[in-house]
Design a protein around this ligand. Structure first.
Ligand code: GRF
Length: 188
């Protein structure tokens, strides 16, 4: 049985998807041993509802240090599911190949500092791009720079808005995130 720790900052619909996939067996032989948020958010309630141990570690300088203190020793995979803090370099190096993130665009485009949430979709809409999508990648100390595990694209519609694009991208995320988790767990 593989142990997953999920880090969140927001509504946690991707967390919910992972919970549901574990329950249905789409993600086999795994469990979420802990959910950690860096701020108050609805995702913590989802963890509570699913009976998963959950903590809030205040965001800021000591986040990674405090995370290391409560992270279960047997953790096989750390999943960033809409998590907005930057983990420090040492932490990323210690857990190299064991931390994955989902990004709401086709990396390496529209990644890096400031490229999160609706900022990403707004930037895509204002660009000449005809496609967007979602990317699951390994986390390294460079923001959104780690090796890509899975990516799926979608066509941007004629009258697409940042909001409608966000909705479409979320659907793609629900599809590729469980697959990417399975791929990484298979190798761990
Ligand atoms: C997702 O779009 C993810 O790509 C981004 O943050 C959003 C989180 O959504 N990193 P949710 O909290 O899982 O609903």
């Amino acid at each position: 049985m593989k142990n997953i720790v999920v880090l969140i900052s927001g509504s946690g619909t991707n967390l919910q998807r992972i919970v549901d996939c574990i329950a249905s067996g789409e993600i086999p032989d795994a469990k979420i041993s802990m959910v950690i948020a860096d701020r108050e958010c609805f995702g913590l309630q989802r963890a509570e509802n699913a009976g998963i141990q959950n903590y809030l570690i205040k965001r800021g300088k000591s986040f990674s240090e405090n995370l290391k203190k409560i992270l279960p020793e047997n953790t096989d995979l750390i999943v960033l599911a809409g998590f907005l803090s930057i983990l420090d370099k040492e932490f990323c190096e210690n857990f190299r190949g064991k931390i994955i993130n989902i990004h709401p665009a086709l990396l390496p485009k529209f990644g890096g500092k400031g490229m999160w949430g609706m900022n990403v979709h707004q930037a895509v809409i204002e660009s000449p791009e005809k496609q967007s999508g979602a990317t699951v990648h390994f986390v390294t100390s460079g923001i959104d720079e780690g090796e890509i595990i899975l990516q799926k694209s979608l066509e941007i519609g004629e009258n697409e808005t940042a909001e409608s694009l966000a909705e479409k991208v979320h659907q793609i995320e629900y599809e590729i995130f469980p697959k990417a988790i399975n791929l990484v767990l298979m190798d761990s």
